[in-house]
Design a protein. Sequence first.
Lengths: 271, 244
Amino acid sequence: MGKVIVVTSGKGGVGKTTSTAALGAALAQSGEKVVVVDFDVGLRNLDLVMGAERRVVYDFVNVIQGEAKLPQALIRDKRLETLYLLPASQTRDKDNLTPEGVEKVIAALKRAFDWVICDSPAGIERGATLAMRHADVAIVVTNPEVSSVRDSDRIIGLLDSKTLKAESGERMEKHLLLTRYDPSRADRGDMLKVDDVLEILSIPLLGIIPESMDVLRASNLGSPVTLADERSAPARAYFDAVRRLKGEALPVAIPGERRGFFGKIFGRKAA
Amino acid sequence: MLTKPRPIRLKGRSFLALSLAPELPFEDWLVGLDDLAARSAGFFLRRPVVLDVSGLDINKADLRKLIDDLGQRNVRIMGVEGARPSLLGPDMPPAMSDGRPAGDFEPPAEADLDKTQAAPAVEPVSSVPPTATQAPASLMITQPVRSGQSLFFPEGDVTIVGSVASGAEVVAGGSIHVYGTLRGRAMAGTTGHGSARIFCTKLEAELIAIDGFYLTAEDMEPDLRGRAVQAWLEGRALKTGILG
C-alpha cells in the first residue's frame, strides 16, 4: 500500500504545485513509483509544470464520473518511467469532485503506487478539504510572511479535524516546507525568521527551499526543478526534503548562513 | 408588497421558580414527595419548578423516568439545572444555569408537617450558591489552538498548554491560562464573572476581554508585547500587568 501525501497551504501562490512536481520527480528518481494528482479542478496547473499539458486526454473528473478508466487518465512522464500524473479537469468546477469518487480513485492509486502526492488547490473549500481527506501525511507549504503563516495555521487546524485520520482519532503526520526563502531579505528583516515560523506553526520542518530563478525557469520549461537542474540550490533542497520524508534524520541548513563556520547547521525539529 | 417587518423582541428576564433537588434513590425520595403532596394538596400545581440534579450520578433514562414520574404527580418541570448536556434529550426540559440566590421559600406549613421530611423535598432557592463562587469546571487543552478555531467554554476556566494562533479565539466563562504565546483573541468571564483573569506566558494578542470590557492590540501598552502578562478587571477598566 502506498502513502498518500497532501501538499497544501491555504494561501495561493506559495509554491504548492511547484513543490508537488519537484518532490514527485525527486521521489521517482530514487526508483519509487509515484503519481502526482492535481486536485485544482477548474484551475489546473500541475500538467504545465510537469510538461504534460499536450498529452491530456482524460482527467480526474472523467474518472470520477465513469467516463474513463483510471489507467486511461494517467499520464506517464517522458523522462522518468516511474512518475505519473493524474490531471485535473480545466472545464469543470470543484463540485464535480464527489467524496465517494475521490475515495475510490485514491484507494486505487494507493494499491498501484508507492507514493500518491495530492496537489491541493488554495483555499479551505471543497477542493482543498477533499485533497487532504485521505492523506496519511501532510506537507504544509508556507512562505516566510505573516499572511501565509496564518493561512497555514488554519490549514493545520483543518488537517487535525477534517481528515479521515483525525476523525478516527489518529494523529496526522504534518511537515512544514518553507518555500521562497530569500536569505538577503531575511538578513534585512523583511521576512519572518525561520525560528518565528516554526514557533508559530509548531510542526517539524521538512525543508527550506530558497527563492531562485531556477524554479521559475524550470516551471516555464515544463519540468520539475529536480529534473531540470539537479545541481541547483532549490533542487538540492527538494532532494534533501525527500530524504527527510523517507525518515532520514538530516539536519536542515538555513540558506545564506555559512555552513560549518559558525556551526549553524540546525537539527530543527519543533513540536 | 413588502412592508418593513416589525422586529421580534427578545429579552432576557429572570423569574422566580422553585428549585427541586431530588435525592437517590428516587423511589424513596418520591415517597417523601408524595407524603408532602398528600398533606398540602396542589402544592406544585401551576408552579414553575426547576429540577436541580447537580451532583447526582444518573443517566439519561433515569432522568427521563424521574421527569415522567413527577409529571404523573402534576409536577411539571420547566428546566433542569446542573445536568451534563449528555443527560438532556431534545424532548426534555431545557438546561438552566446561572440560578441567582433569592429569598427563602417556605413550603406551606401544616400544623403537623414534619420538617425533616419537608426539607429534602423543597430546596430553598437561596441555597443555590451564587455561580461566581461555585467551584468552576475547567477545560484542559494540550495542543496549539489554530487560526480559525474557536474554543467556547462558558462553564469555567480554560487552560491551554500551547499557543493560541492569530485568528483563533478562546471564550471562557472563567479565567483563561495560556502557557504559550497568545496571538489570537481571549475573552474571559463572558458569563458575567468580573473576577476572571487572563494569563499568558507571551502576549501578542489581537484582543483580550473580561466580562465584555476589552482591549485591542492597539490599546495595549507597547512594553507588554512579548512579555508574560496577566489581565484583570478593576471596576469598569481592564488592567494589564507583567507577571513575575
